[in-house]
Ligand binder design. Structure first.
Ligand SMILES: N[C@@H](CCC(=O)N[C@@H](CS)C(=O)NCC(=O)O)C(=O)O
Length: 233
């Protein structure tokens, strides 16, 4: 979603291809992308993997509107926030989501709204057990890790609100960190367990503004005591 919104923001036409998780790894390898994760993008004969590689490349290919500030010190701040959004927020939200899906697989179907994966959504969900199991393993989705992510989540929202306050995020035009973090937050907001803690804050408003539409909805399913620190924050 971060890559898609950056392409749209720069008014670059693109064709989106959706891949089944896990299967995607083999497809990207066969297609000779430099990595095995999505987003991956082929543009002007180049193959690029990774949302941060993509933001950098798009700014070179089409500098206007810029995704990074011209001022070197400000650029470092945006790059730092983008890296944090990728490595901390994105990974944490992904773990939380797969942990919720482990508890109830039915909501997977809602994430396929608008996607074309070559299999009817009902069949994809009905046969998703091995994919879910692989995702839990690939992403290190242990209960301990997810409980720790949820304990940290309130601090993550404070950090994002702080960046908005300082002007690192939330400016006009939006930068690469805005898109990275907004996409991560929008994924988090698909969880009924998390959405109430996010939507009333500047971080939530930024996410909804930059990514107005995001498929998926997961009813409350996480253990109440794991959510206690977030409720208290
Ligand atoms: N953090 C990187 C990697 C993203 C990533 O891990 N994507 C997941 C999908 S959400 C993936 O392709 N995982 C491999 C798999 O599911 O097999 C980025 O932002 O580009």
């Amino acid at each position: 979603m971060a890559a898609r919104r950056m392409l749209e923001h720069k008014d670059i036409n693109f064709k989106r291809i959706d891949l089944m998780p896990v299967v995607s790894r083999g497809v990207l390898k066969v297609m000779r992308f430099p990595g095995i994760t999505v987003p991956s993008l082929r543009i002007d004969g180049r193959r690029i993997t990774g949302s941060r590689e993509i933001s950098k490349a798009l700014d070179v290919l089409k500098p206007d509107p810029p995704l990074f500030p011209a001022d070197p010190a400000q650029r470092v701040q945006v790059e730092d926030a983008e890296r944090w959004g990728d490595e901390v927020l994105q990974d944490g939200v992904r773990r939380i989501l797969w942990n919720a899906i482990k508890r109830d697989r039915a909501p997977l179907r809602s994430f396929l709204d608008g996607a074309r994966i070559g299999v009817p959504p009902g069949m994809a969900v009905a046969t998703a057990a091995p994919i879910v199991a692989a995702e839990l393993r690939i992403n290190g989705v242990t209960d301990e890790a997810v409980e720790a992510d949820l304990a940290a989540f309130g601090g993550w929202l404070d950090r994002i609100d702080g960046w908005i306050d300082e002007g690192v995020l939330g400016g006009d035009p939006p930068n690469a960190a805005d898109f990275q973090i907004a996409a991560g937050l929008r994924l988090a907001m698909t969880l009924d367990d998390l959405r109430p803690a996010i939507e009333g804050r500047p971080a939530g408003a930024l996410a909804l503004r930059l990514v107005p539409d995001f498929p998926g909805r997961v009813p409350a399913v996480l253990p109440a005591d794991w959510l206690e620190p977030l409720r208290a924050s």
